[in-house]
Write a protein that binds this ligand. Sequence first.
Ligand code: F3S
Length: 392
Amino acid sequence: MKPVELELEPGDERILDGEQGETRQKMLEILVALGTVFGAERLVSVKSVQVSGASYKTIGKYGLEWLEELDARAVVPAVLNPVGMPRGRWQEMGVDPAFAEKQNAVIAAYERLGIRLECTCTPYYLNSPRYKDHLAWSESSAVSYANSVIGARTNREGGPAALAAAIIGKTPCYGLHLAANRIPQMVVEVATGGRDLSIAHYGALGYLAGKRVGNRIPYFRDIRPNADGLKALGAAMAATGAVALYHVEGVTPEASRLRFDTSGLETIGVDMREIEGVFSQVAVDAVAVGCPHCSPDELKTTALLLSGKKVKIPFYIFAAQAVIEANKDAVAAIEKSGARVYADTCMVVSPVMERYPAIMVNSGKALAYVPDMCGAVVRMGTLEECVAVATS
Ligand code: F3S
């Protein structure tokens, strides 16, 4: 039954009446229910969707059964979040065949629903959205990047709501889809002492800031991150807090175009001593980078750092398949060292990483998630330190 506050188009009414099949009816019911709870006045068309709930490690038997019951096709471009294994190289990575069978069933279910089998948390490297585009993305770091770095508009969708948006082509228009909900709510001043921060340092800053920002929209001052630094900062804040949008003065698009008035907002400070305190020195059994999945620049830098070296402990690098294919030389140079570049999966959603008692990462998000998701001690380092530890 249509709630009065959410205005639907005539075509949507027919979907709700079941004229286009049970799955489309159920999917629109999910969107209507969500919009009603959050007070949306309408649905808005989305340009693309990214669906989480793709690793069998996270969705399990019941998630797979639910997917297999559905019968419809995505009507807008939609990709998947990382799954539990690299599709073409799962045996090489040491994935249990029983897990692989279930994971392949999940992938097949999504493929049948018309979801493109690009399994990545960095869909913006495949087809970048544009400023003000409405999206329905799921994975928290991707949501943060889309909102903050690109200036597109998406809430953090749960897996079923994102899948519903892919099948209907719309999402409820509330939260970060509305300009009024995108203004800063607090200020974070970063005392770097004039130092240029590495990507890992931005991850450490996000790891700290997320705990104090919670679910508010922070406005950062005194930092000049590049795109990879922004990616690391946002991913970590979304992991230790629930930050889906942040602004950086003079850097991110809305902070540059809209000139927010931040006077009177609560201000917190983070300094270099705190940021350095996130880094540690524990011995590790494996190294993993690419959380979020590596950019082309990160792959090229890793290749340069590994040039002429051999890894002594397992060194995993994670990236989107399309980014791997577009950077074959860098990938070949990395793998010459014995390190492995895997698509489709990551150190958090792959069960393979659970075999290591201690893992080194260069990501504030991985620092937050690896202990619980992999049961491992985790050490934070820069990419240079990760390479040094893996090769010495
Ligand atoms: Fe992506 Fe996995 Fe990290 S999904 S953001 S690489 S935890």
